[in-house]
Structure formats: structure tokens, C-alpha cells
Ligand binder design. Structure first.
Ligand code: PBG
Length: 324
């Protein structure tokens, strides 16, 4: 009881605060998203994501080496597919010499021990900008899952350590797991986007990959942001179907979901601080309205406090620089 207990004693100076700090941020916490494009010598800044770039394979190679030297040991790959290669059947997604397949090999050439995770979804390959095969305005579920499984196997053949299905079709984790087992990829893991909400915070990412839906929205497969119990149902199903890691996405507006998933399940929990969250901090900092580094660190620590084991973040490099 006050005054015998004075909580401020433990906040008197940085040494005592550090000693009693409940969470810490280290380079081991991060998954670094990387955007890849065709070409040579290409490093283009994404207009709505200041200081974030699309790399051609030669510069991806250099970037991966730089990340490794900083202690960042896991990447999550996304590709920007030329329009002429997009269709409604994911043809290019299965091309064994496709951009994703070459990007995987490039990362492994640069740093054999870098953990490579790949985005598994059709939207960057889709002429409709949707995560699945479209028929008369409907996103087909089971047909899409079969295609995603083939895509996952193709990524595994190219050397991916983990596949990360971000599509939200029902039952796709089971279909992907079985396909990987059948092809002998028993050690290739699955990080499932389990609780992925239909969110306006993905806007800048869709600019980065030119992957915005051509009609409608993604609300028939991504989750309604009004829902909480649904996130637990989705996560439970993915774990039952064989997900090794589950993910909540977006991040900051969904910390309650991160905490619930962490409390409920015993597999590692990832959170994705998505493009719009990054862009908000960058924009406010550019205007001088928020302190960039402090808000970046505070939002990242919030994920740790909420229970995230893994953080996918466009700030990963900035954070590690600041830590060292
Ligand atoms: C696509 C995918 C998206 C993101 C990751 N994978 C966009 C979407 O679902 O429309 C968003 C990532 C971000 O905003 O940073 N399947």
C-alpha cells in the first residue's frame, strides 16, 4: 500500500527501467518483407512507402547480404508480376523460372542460411487482382487451394524454407501440407495468415505490387474487422490442418487479436505490421507531427507486449540500426 509501495521507484532511471523491462526487441524478432521486380539495377522507391523499395534480382542479392550482416535472418518475398503475364489461372505462379522462383534462388545464393519465406497467393498473378480463381465474380475456393498447393511445391522446389499462404481460402493449409508431404518436402514449414482481416491498411502494398482488386473487394475471403471469435476459429482450423506458425494481420489495430491468439494456442504467433501502418508513421514524421524513431519503437514493442513471437515489419532495418 502507498506510501510503502511507490511504483515510481522502478522508473527512477534508465538502469532500473532496463532491469525490470518485461519485453525487449532484438534482430531475431523480425521477418523482413522484400518486393522483387524484373530487370537489372532496379531499386525503385514505392511512392506510398517512403524509403522502401522494389529490387531487381541483382540488387536483391546485395540487399540480402546487407540484411544478413545486420543480423536479420529471415525474409518474406513478394513479387511484382508484369501485366502481360497475369491471367485467371495462376499460370505464371507455377513457372519454375518465374520471378519468385528465381528470387528464392537468389536469396539462397547470397546467404545460404537466410530463412526464406514466400507469399503464396494469386493476387500478384491475377488479371482480376484477386487472391483466387474468379468465375462469374465469385472467388472459387477449392480450385484455388489446389493451385496454391502447386505454387507452394514450386516454391519448395526452388529452395523456400517456409511458405506463407496469405489468401484466406478455407482448407488451403491442409491441401498445401498434404502436397508438400507427397512431394517429400517434409521440412518445409507453413506460416499461415490465419486471422487476416479485410483491411484498408493494405493500400500502399497494393501500390507496391500493382495488385489492387479489379472489381469488388476481398470481403468474401478476408475477415470482417468487427469480429474477434472468428479469428480464433480460423486460427484453430489452420493449426489442425498443419500450420507451424500462425499470423495476425494487420498489426497495431489488432493487438487484442494477437493477445487472444497467443493465450489460446501454443504455436508461434506472428504479426504483420502492414504497409499502411508503416506509411502512417512515415507520413506523420515527414510532416514533423510525430517522432519517427520513437513511434516506430513504441509500435514495435507493442507487438511484443501483445505476445507476438515474430514481427513482419518494413521497419526491421531501421530498428536494428537504431538498436546497435
Ligand atoms: C496478398 C497480400 C496482401 C498483403 C500481404 N499479402 C494484400 C492483400 O491481401 O490485399 C498486405 C501486406 C501489407 O499491406 O503490407 N495476398
Amino acid at each position: 500500500m502507498y506510501p510503502l509501495r511507490r511504483n515510481r521507484r522502478l522508473r527512477t532511471n534508465e538502469a532500473i527501467r532496463a532491469l525490470v523491462r518485461e519485453n525487449n526487441i532484438t534482430p531475431n524478432d523480425f521477418l523482413v518483407p522484400l518486393f522483387v521486380v524484373e530487370g537489372m539495377g532496379v531499386k525503385e522507391e514505392i511512392a506510398s512507402m517512403p524509403n522502401y523499395y522494389r529490387f531487381s534480382l541483382d540488387l536483391l542479392y546485395m540487399e540480402v547480404k546487407a540484411l544478413w550482416a545486420m543480423g536479420l535472418k529471415s525474409v518474406l518475398l513478394f513479387v511484382k508480376v508484369p501485366d502481360k503475364l497475369k491471367d485467371n489461372a495462376g499460370t505464371e505462379a507455377l513457372n519454375e523460372k518465374g520471378l519468385m522462383q528465381r528470387a528464392i534462388q537468389t536469396v539462397k545464393d547470397a546467404c545460404p542460411d537466410m530463412l526464406v519465406m514466400t507469399d503464396v497467393a494469386l493476387d500478384p498473378y491475377s488479371s482480376f487482382g484477386h487472391d483466387g480463381i474468379v468465375e462469374e465474380g465469385i472467388i472459387l475456393n477449392d480450385e484455388t487451394s489446389e493451385l496454391l498447393a502447386e505454387m507452394a511445391v514450386s516454391h519448395a522446389e526452388a529452395g523456400a524454407d517456409f511458405v506463407a499462404p496469405s489468401d484466406m481460402m478455407d482448407g488451403r493449409i491442409g491441401v498445401i501440407r498434404e502436397a508438400l508431404e507427397d512431394e517429400g518436402f517434409i521440412d518445409v514449414g507453413i506460416m499461415s495468415y490465419s486471422a487476416k482481416y479485410a483491411s484498408a491498411f493494405y493500400g500502399p502494398f497494393r501500390d507496391a505490387l500493382d495488385s489492387a482488386p479489379g472489381f469488388g473487394d476481398k470481403k468474401t475471403y478476408q475477415m470482417d474487422y468487427a469480429n474477434r471469435f472468428e479469428a480464433l476459429r480460423e486460427t484453430e482450423m489452420d493449426i489442425d490442418e498443419g500450420a507451424d506458425i500462425v499470423m495476425v494481420k494487420p498489426g497495431m489495430p489488432y493487438l487484442d487479436i494477437v493477445r487472444e491468439v497467443k493465450n489460446e494456442f501454443d504455436v508461434p504467433v506472428a504479426v504483420y505490421q502492414v504497409s499502411g501502418e508503416y506509411s502512417m508513421i512515415k507520413a506523420a514524421a515527414e510532416k514533423g507531427w510525430l517522432d519517427h524513431d520513437q513511434t516506430m519503437m513504441e509500435s514495435t514493442m507493442a507487438f511484443k507486449r501483445a505476445g507476438a513471437d515474430i514481427i513482419a515489419s518494413y521497419f526491421a532495418k531501421d530498428i536494428v540500426k537504431l538498436l546497435s
